[in-house]
Ligand binder design. Structure first.
Ligand code: 5GP
Ligand code: ZN
Length: 136
């Protein structure tokens, strides 16, 4: 993908503060961090969202995410972190190359990742459950 910023980082065409790299996955610091140490974990191959990622690369991605989260926890962090993956524009995905955010959490950091809660009415919950199950 010629215009993809993460493809360019994966190809070494533009710089990034890399913390890990192997044949399939690269991890580097987010340039506009939610907290200091905020890392992105990215398959080198261009996939748009989670739904496009091959099972093999997905395994690599999540195993590497654990590796980086552990390194963050042992270095600048404390074992508390959020994993975030934005899939699709409506979900806030800005870079159309699938990636996982690891955001280290610090006491009193005032980062707001919690959402307000909605309610199901009547049989809605059961209906939605049944709809989803048909496609699994
Ligand atoms: P998204 O909203 O797509 O899940 O998040 C994309 C993330 O990529 C953002 O947090 C943004 O700060 C980060 N980002 C965008 N461009 C660059 C870049 O050129 N270098 C780095 N290191 N991070 C970037
Ligand atoms: Zn890409």
């Amino acid at each position: 993908m010629e215009d993809c910023i993460f493809c360019k980082i994966a190809d070494g065409k533009i710089p990034a503060a890399k913390v890990y790299e192997d044949n399939n996955i690269i991890s580097f610091l987010d340039i506009m961090p939610a907290n200091k140490g905020h890392c992105l974990v990215v398959p080198k191959k261009h996939y748009e969202t989670l739904l496009d990622i091959s099972d093999d690369d997905l395994k690599n991605l999540i195993i590497t995410t654990k590796k980086i989260a552990k390194a963050l926890s042992l270095s600048i962090g404390n074992g508390s972190f959020n994993l975030v993956m934005n899939n699709g524009k409506v979900a806030g995905q800005l870079v159309d190359h699938a990636h996982i955010h690891i955001i280290p959490r610090f006491k009193g950091d005032r980062l707001r990742l919690k959402w307000s809660h909605k309610k199901y009415v009547n049989k809605q919950m059961k209906e939605i459950q049944e709809k989803i199950k048909k496609f699994v």
